[in-house]
Write a protein that binds this ligand. Structure first.
Ligand code: GAP
Length: 466
């Protein structure tokens, strides 16, 4: 990949992804019948299945494939002191500027300056409103936390906040987990859940929204091991995306410059993906040192120390944090898998998703609605579902149209029941990517599909590349 600032994903636009997501019922703008609510989205059936698969793969990599991480599901509403201790109340801000000219729109000052640099200017050049050219107000720090009130009366004494990250729920439970999970550093606590940020400029579909899901893991380590664990986690998380089919050329690791680091971090590397909007963060892997546990120890009065009985050492563990976004990862998988080609003179749009991420694994399709075909297809459908394989039974319309529909939602295999099935006990298995069709016995079909789902997979686009 050539130029970081100007590169954009050349294969698909955000408009094409948004259109497909709406057309096929993955993601819709929220509250659409009331005109929508800025930057919140609702996930439809296939969107739920896809995002669940992303989250399941994340959980699997954290909890099943290793035994040094435990799970947590903490509350969204936490004691306001949590946010005082974490630094969010004072410092979780973005620089807000408002147009003083005609349009009165609000902007993030840093984003306007970065856009200026992309166009060849300097970061400190004077800036004006990109919408109407009006003068901009001086920047003021705008806190991104959503505030609400606990109980029936809204006053300053009962203000609480919707969590802006899942991480703090983990830190405040560090001692609980230490006591009950019988773990000692190095060990991790993983959590998936909603976070809320009153972003000044949300946008680019589900890339930056005000309500989103995070997949975060805090890995507690002896201080002397922090650097090596940080490097290890950068590699592990980079590989996770590669193993799920993101092509290496569209993924990179970008270490933060010193002036980009968050207040808590002594080192952060982002895993970035080449979205249609350019290279952008998918996930950050931070070395948070002992900042969070120390802060919570000071503000709560509870000791956050770990006593190592073997060495007699007492210390506050350091923390390595891989922090990913479930919606952003879902968007990256949609973008990376989107493929258009011409087959027999007609455009075919297909999501070449990793089969484990695909919302539906097998489409079960009776060729016609007669001669026992729907009944046999239903039996096959039930057998696959009983084996835990997500299927879709579709008997409506021409077989070509049904294949196209399944291609657009990324279904890796189609099983067609035809005239010969009742004589030979076989069905046609169609492969989404190669379009190859082979006859396979009905007997053992669930096991065959389960075997295919367990196989390593790589994007067919890698073979298509010049
Ligand atoms: N605990 C650290 C933390 O929250 P972050 O970089 O602010 O770090 C982690 O967020 C990930 O959460 C991001 O890499 C991104 O994938 C996702 N994320 C953050 N803000 C988001 C937003 N407004 N909309 C969608 N995803 C977001």
């Amino acid at each position: 990949m050539s130029d970081y600032a100007t590169d954009k994903n050349p294969e698909v636009t955000m408009e094409e992804i948004v259109a497909l997501a709406k057309r096929r019922g993955f993601v819709f703008p929220s509250s659409e019948i009331y005109g929508g609510l800025g930057s919140t989205y609702d996930y439809g059936h296939y969107g739920v299945l896809l995002k669940n698969n992303v989250k399941n793969e994340w959980w699997k990599s954290m909890l099943v494939e290793r035994d040094d991480i435990v799970a947590l599901d903490s509350a969204i509403l936490q004691h306001p002191k949590v946010w005082e201790a974490s630094g969010h109340l004072a410092g979780f801000t973005d620089p807000l500027v408002q147009c003083l000219g005609e349009c009165k729109r609000r902007w993030r000052e840093d984003h306007l300056r970065e856009a200026n640099v992309e166009k060849g200017g300097n970061y400190d050049d004077p800036i004006v409103c990109p919408e109407c050219g009006g003068e901009l107000s001086p920047p003021r720090n705008f806190n991104l936390m959503f505030e609400t009130h606990m109980g029936p009366v809204a006053d300053d004494g009962n203000a609480v906040y919707l969590r802006p990250e899942t991480a703090q729920g983990i830190f405040i439970n560090f001692k609980n987990v230490l006591n009950f999970a019988r773990k000692k550093p190095p060990f991790g606590i993983a959590q998936v859940g909603k976070s809320f940020r009153n972003e000044i400029t949300p946008g680019n579909f589900i890339f930056r929204t005000r309500e989103f899901e995070q997949m975060e893991m805090e890995f507690f380590v002896p201080p002397a091991e922090a650097q090596q664990w940080w490097e290890k986690w950068v590699e592990i998380r980079h590989n996770w995306y590669l193993e799920l089919g993101i092509r290496p050329d569209f993924l990179m690791i970008r270490p933060h410059e010193a002036d980009e680091l968050s207040h808590y971090s002594s080192g952060t590397s982002d895993v970035e993906y080449l979205f249609p909007i350019g290279w952008s963060e998918l996930e950050g892997i931070a070395n948070r040192g002992n900042f969070d546990l120390t802060q919570h120890q000071e503000h709560s009065g509870e000791s956050m120390e770990f006593f190592d009985q073997a060495s007699g050492e007492r210390y506050i563990p350091h923390v390595i944090e891989p922090a990913a976004g479930a919606d952003r990862a879902t968007l990256a998988f949609l973008v990376d898998s989107y493929f258009e080609e011409e087959v027999e003179g007609r455009k075919r749009t297909v999501l070449q998703l990793h089969p484990r991420l695909a919302p539906v694994k097998v489409a079960v399709l009776p060729l016609f609605n007669k001669e026992g075909m729907p009944e046999t297809a239903r039996e096959i459908n039930t057998a696959l579902r009983k084996a835990g394989i997500q299927t879709e039974f579709d008997s409506g319309g021409s077989i070509g149209k049904r294949y196209r529909r399944q291609d657009e939602i990324g279904t890796p295999w189609g099983v067609t029941v035809d005239f010969d099935t009742k004589d030979d006990g076989q069905v046609t298995l169609r492969d989404r990517d190669s379009l190859e069709q082979i006859r396979v016995p009905i007997e053992g079909l669930p096991e065959m599909i389960a075997g295919k789902l367990a196989e390593p997979w790589q994007s067919p686009k890698l073979d298509q590349a010049p």
